[in-house]
Structure formats: C-alpha cells, structure tokens
Design a protein around this ligand. Structure first.
Ligand SMILES: Cc1ncc(COP(=O)(O)O)c(C=O)c1O
Length: 362
C-alpha cells in the first residue's frame, strides 16, 4: 500500500502534520549548547528545579509492577479529597493535566464543534481540540494579558462547548479573578480553569463547583511536586462530569508508579510546599533584578515563571545567546511575544547564573 492509499483511510483532519512543539531533550540541549548535560540549566518548562524528592523516589521501590493499577483510583481519590477538601466523587486523576484536557474533548466536543481559548496561552488546548476535529477560536487577551470576558461572551453559541483558561496563565502568569470566572460560568459553556500552578498562586475557584455544574478545575503534580516525568494530574468538577469521565477514561490511566508517587507526595507535602516557598523567593529575586535593568519588564506572575520583556532585543536572539551559555529559556512564535522570554524559576544557584548571563547579554 502506498502512502497516498494509507492516508485515504485516515481521518482527513489529521493528515496535515502539526506536532506539538515540546522542548528539546537534555541530550539535544547539551549538544546544542556544546556543554556537558550537568552544566545545562533548564528553565524552559516550568519544571521543579530541585528534582524529585528522595521520599517520593523511595516510594517507587517495591511497587508491584506486575499488577494493573486500581482503575477506580480509590486511594488516589481519597487522598486528593483530603488534600483539596472536595468529595471523592468530584475528583479524578490522570496522566497529567494534559490527559484531563483530552478527556474533556472526548466528553463534550463533537467534530466541527467549537472550543475557545484566550491567547497567548498553553498550547495543549489547541492541540487536543485539533485532534478532536473541533474548531478552535483563540480570543486575544487584552494589553495586560487579562481575559476579555466580553469577547468570550460574544463567541458563545450552540456549537461552542468549552472555554479553556489557565490561571495562572501560561506563559503570562496572571490569574483569572473569581468575578471573571462567575461571569464566564453564567454564559453556560463548560469553563475549564486550569490551575496547574495552584500551589504557587494559592488562588483557586474550585469552591464555586457546588454552585456551577459547568465549572471544571484542573491541577497537576508536575510543577510543585516535581514529578512531571511520572505524569500525574487531576480534576475537580461536579459529580455528574466526573462520573461520566470515569466511565470513558482508559481504565489504567494512572500507572502504578504514578499512583505511589502521588500518595507519597501527599504524605510529604509539607516538605514539598517548603520548596515552593523557596521558589517564590527566587521569583522575587528575579523580579528585583529585572526591575533594576533598563528597558526590561515582566508580567506580574502568580506562577513559577516570569514572562520577561526585553525592549531592545529580539527574544530569539537572546534565546540563542543564552543557549550558548548552557541556559534554556522559552521563546514564543506568537507575534505579540517577539521580545518576550518565559523564564522558569530555578534553584538559588541557577537564578544567580541566569541573572548574570542576562545582564552580560543586554
Ligand atoms: C497551564 C498548564 N496546564 C497544563 C500543563 C500540563 O501539565 P501536566 O504536566 O500535568 O500534564 C502545563 C504544563 O506546562 C501548563 O502550563
């Protein structure tokens, strides 16, 4: 069978390549920078720079790898219920917040229906919507990257099912207020508030769930808990939404190592939240350093990253120059962000190196 023939069997909307742009691997980074992998500073994916906690790593010893995990997620949901204060039947876990986004498409969005997001924002909403053969409408955020609630309301119609809003937003770091959330919820579409950076922001709208059946809150263990590689995220939503999603998820979507790490994270959470405090202090340090630099500014951030604007430099040039020093930050193709780099907060030592490198370059 030729390539043409096999493509005729595929779903037409998936034939044009449009791969999700993930960051380069550590080995590629080292090769690109021309330094050894240990010298690389990865401040491009908002990961936890302290690495996995030893107690969480230890929880992975002696897990029964030959057994399937619990499809009903009983221990996980009980533990998350204790952590969040929401009932178990309003919580479910998955392979990162990413899987939750994909599952929401399965439940709510038929081919040709519409999904909204507010640009610039996290790319997975668009990615999963495209795979679901939905139409994605991206509404521009305003000058301060705030959500334009009226513009979202203007797009509300019968074909429009979900609005995805990250809070704190990635890459801008600002949050959606409770008032904005309430106004959006009243429109009647499913409003997904992605609180992947909740432990950094301390801000949530999850308490509105009993009042609004169309509110979905996403959270993640990738950033604060330092287990991005294990893929652990969860959702809080009405019992109706969660029970339907539990029905249609892959039965074993949280693998047994991820389950062990999630439970260990909950047990050792005080220690991990202490690391969050250190990272927030480092973000303050970065802010102060940027305040002192000429023609450099940043969006006030509630996350573990700063979208930083360099008026006199193209972001891509600075990115390349930082790569040569072994430092990886995140540039964007969005035309509004040609002078902006998202810089994740690193360890105190990494912050020192990042700030020194930037001051040398500008
Ligand atoms: C806003 C937002 N949502 C979701 C994710 C993905 O989280 P996870 O690793 O839990 O899939 C990210 C990761 O960068 C993110 O920034």
């Amino acid at each position: 069978m030729s390539q043409m023939q096999i493509q005729q069997l595929m779903r037409p909307h998936l034939i044009t390549p449009e791969t999700y742009a993930t960051a380069v691997s550590p080995d590629e980074m080292a090769a690109k920078a021309g330094v050894s992998p240990e010298m690389i500073i990865r401040v491009n994916q908002n990961e936890n720079p302290f690495g996995a906690d030893p107690d969480i790593a230890a929880s992975l010893n002696d897990i029964p790898l030959h057994l399937y995990p619990d499809a009903g997620q009983v221990k996980i949901r009980t533990s998350l219920s204790q952590y969040t204060g929401h009932p178990t039947e309003q919580i479910m876990a998955g392979a990162g917040a990413d899987e939750m986004i994909d599952l929401l498409m399965r439940l709510f969005v038929a081919p040709g229906e519409r999904v909204l997001d507010c640009k610039p924002t996290f790319g997975m909403y668009h990615f999963c919507a495209r795979v679901a053969d939905a139409e994605v409408v991206s509404i521009q955020r305003d000058d301060t990257f705030d959500v334009d609630v009226e513009a979202v309301a203007r797009e509300d119609d019968e074909r429009t099912k979900i609005v995805f809003l990250a809070s704190p937003n990635n890459p801008t770091g600002n949050i959606l207020t409770e008032e904005q959330t309430r106004d959006l919820l009243k429109l009647g579409m499913v409003i997904v508030v992605d609180e992947t950076y909740f432990e950094f922001s301390g801000q949530t709208v999850a308490h509105l769930i009993p009042e609004f059946e169309n509110l979905v809150v996403l959270r993640s263990f990738s950033k604060w808990a330092g287990i991005a590689g294990l893929r652990v995220g969860y959702m809080i939503a009405s019992t109706e939404i969660i029970s339907r999603l539990m029905d249609i998820k892959n039965p074993y979507n949280v693998n047994i190592a991820a389950e062990a790490a999630l439970l260990a994270t909950m047990e050792h959470r005080a220690k991990l939240l202490g690391k969050v405090t250190i990272l927030l202090e480092q973000r303050k340090r970065m802010e102060k350093a940027f305040d002192a630099m000429d023609r450099v500014s940043y969006v006030p951030s509630y996350g573990n990253y700063l979208l930083t604007r360099f008026d006199d430099h193209l972001a891509i040039d600075l990115y390349e120059a930082l790569v040569k020093k072994g430092i990886f930050v995140r540039p964007f193709s969005d035309p509004r962000l040609t002078h902006d780099l998202r810089i994740s907060v690193g360890t105190p030592d990494q912050t020192t190196r990042v700030l020194e490198a930037i001051s040398e370059l500008i």
